[in-house]
Design a protein around this ligand. Structure first.
Ligand SMILES: Nc1ncnc2c1ncn2[C@@H]1O[C@H](COP(=O)(O)OP(=O)(O)OP(=O)(O)O)[C@@H](O)[C@H]1O
Ligand SMILES: Cc1ncc(C[n+]2csc(CCOP(=O)(O)O)c2C)c(N)n1
Ligand SMILES: [Mg+2]
Ligand SMILES: [Mg+2]
Ligand SMILES: [Mg+2]
Length: 323
C-alpha cells in the first residue's frame, strides 16, 4: 500500500454539501458559511477503543465517526463535514483501510456528511482521529451549563447496551445477544433529533460516551445545580436485563459508549421534545429532575434512599493521576 494511491482511493468523487469551495486535493479544505459552526474531535485507538476481536474494520470506521457525530448532536448541530487522520500499522491491509472508510461513509451518508480531508502516516497501532464539523442556527448551541432548577432530566434510547455488547465480544462465544453486539459496534448518534429541537428556547445536552454517572456530573458542575437520577426509571433494554441481570444497572450508569443524549428541558418545553421524539419513533425517558445547589452534585434515588452518584466510568490516563 502506498500513501498517495490510498488517498486517491479514499477520496470522494462528489460532495454532498453545497458549501464546499475546495475539497480533497490541495493543501487544505475550503467552505463558505454564514451560520454558527461547531468543531469537535474524538480519537479511536486499537486495543483501547476496539480490538481486532471486537470489531471488523467497517465497524471501526462507523463507530469512530459516530463518536464525533454524537458530540455534534450534543451541541444541537447538524453534521456536515469530517476529516480523518490515520495512523496505519503494518498488519492492516489496504482493503481493510478501504473497508474502514466504507464504514465511515455508511454513517456519513445518513447525515449527508462529506469527507473533506485528513492525513495518513504509518505507525505501530491503528489510530483513527476524526474532526467533525456541523452547522447551528445562530446562538442555538446546547451547552452543559444550560440546566436550571425545575428542569426535567431525560435520556434517549437505552443505556448500558454497548458495555453488554463488549462483554459478549470479549467473554462469550458465540454471543447470547446479537442486539447487544450490534449496539456496541453500530451506535446511533442522535443528531437528527438534536437538530430538530432547534426551536426550543433552552435545552441542555451532553452525549453519553463515558456513562451517565460521568455525564450527569458534568451537567451538575457546568450548570451549578444538583442532578437527581431515579434508579428505577433508567431505560434498560430487555436484552441487557435478561443476559446480564446483575450488571445491567451498573453498566447503564457507567458502561459508556452508548452515544445517547442526556439532557434537561423545562416543564414548558417538555411536550415539544416528546412530540419530536414520537414523530421520529425514538425513545425518550425522563429519569430525574434538577434542583438548585451550593455544591453541584448528582444524587441517585432508589425509593426513599438517596446517595451521591460519583463520576465513575472510563477515564484515560487514570494511572497517571497520582504522579
Ligand atoms: N488534548 C486536548 N487538547 C485540547 N483540548 C482538549 C484536549 N482533549 C480534550 N479537549 C477539550 O476538552 C473538552 C472536553 O473534551 P472531552 O473529550 O472530555 O469531551 P467529549 O468528547 O464529550 O468526551 P469523550 O472524549 O469521552 O467522548 C472539549 O472542549 C475538548 O475539545
Ligand atoms: C477492546 C475494548 N476495550 C475496552 C473498551 C471500553 N472503552 C474504551 S474507551 C471507553 C470510554 C470512551 O472513550 P473516550 O473517552 O475516548 O470517548 C470505553 C468504555 C472498548 N470499547 N473496547
Ligand atoms: Mg472527546
Ligand atoms: Mg461529548
Ligand atoms: Mg466525545
Amino acid at each position: 500500500m502506498e500513501e498517495f494511491e490510498l488517498i486517491r482511493r479514499l477520496s470522494p468523487s462528489y460532495y454532498r454539501q453545497s458549501s464546499v469551495v475546495k475539497g480533497i486535493g490541495d493543501d487544505a479544505f475550503v467552505f463558505r458559511s454564514s451560520e454558527d459552526i461547531v468543531f469537535t474531535t474524538d480519537t479511536m485507538v486499537e486495543d483501547v477503543h476496539f480490538s481486532k476481536s471486537t470489531m471488523a474494520p467497517h465497524a471501526v470506521g462507523y463507530r469512530a465517526l459516530a463518536a464525533n457525530v454524537s458530540d455534534l448532536a450534543a451541541m444541537g448541530s447538524e453534521p456536515a463535514f469530517y476529516s480523518v487522520s490515520l495512523v496505519v500499522p503494518p498488519d492492516w491491509t489496504e482493503e481493510e483501510i478501504v473497508e474502514l472508510y466504507d464504514g465511515m461513509d455508511e454513517l456519513g451518508r445518513v447525515f449527508g456528511m462529506d469527507l473533506i480531508g485528513g492525513d495518513t502516516v504509518s505507525g505501530k497501532q491503528l489510530v483513527v482521529a476524526i474532526t467533525a464539523h456541523g452547522y447551528l442556527q445562530k446562538g442555538k448551541a446546547r451547552y452543559r451549563s444550560a440546566a436550571r432548577p425545575g428542569d426535567l432530566l431525560f435520556v434517549t434510547g437505552t443505556l448500558g447496551d454497548s458495555r453488554g455488547g463488549l462483554e459478549e465480544l470479549l467473554h462469550s462465544s458465540p454471543p447470547f445477544s446479537e442486539y447487544l453486539v450490534q449496539r456496541h459496534r453500530y451506535p446511533e448518534p442522535r443528531a437528527v433529533f438534536a437538530s430538530r429541537l432547534q426551536g426550543l428556547n433552552r435545552l441542555c445536552l451532553n452525549d453519553v460516551s463515558d456513562g451517565i454517572a460521568s455525564e450527569a456530573n458534568e451537567i451538575a458542575s457546568a450548570s451549578g445545580v444538583t442532578v437527581h437520577v431515579d434508579r428505577e426509571l433508567l431505560p434498560i433494554s430487555e436484552s441487557l436485563r435478561s443476559v446480564y441481570p446483575e450488571k445491567a444497572v451498573e453498566w447503564a450508569l457507567s458502561g459508556g459508549e452508548d452515544f445517547e443524549l442526556l439532557g434537561t428541558v423545562s416543564e414548558q418545553e417538555k411536550e415539544e421534545l416528546l412530540r419530536t421524539a414520537e414523530h421520529m419513533k425514538m425513545r425518550v425517558t425522563f429519569i430525574g429532575t434538577i434542583t438548585s445547589s451550593d455544591a453541584p452534585r448528582v444524587l441517585i434515588h432508589s425509593g426513599e434512599k438517596a446517595e451521591t452518584l460519583l463520576p465513575t466510568g472510563y477515564t484515560h490516563l487514570q494511572e497517571r493521576r497520582s504522579q
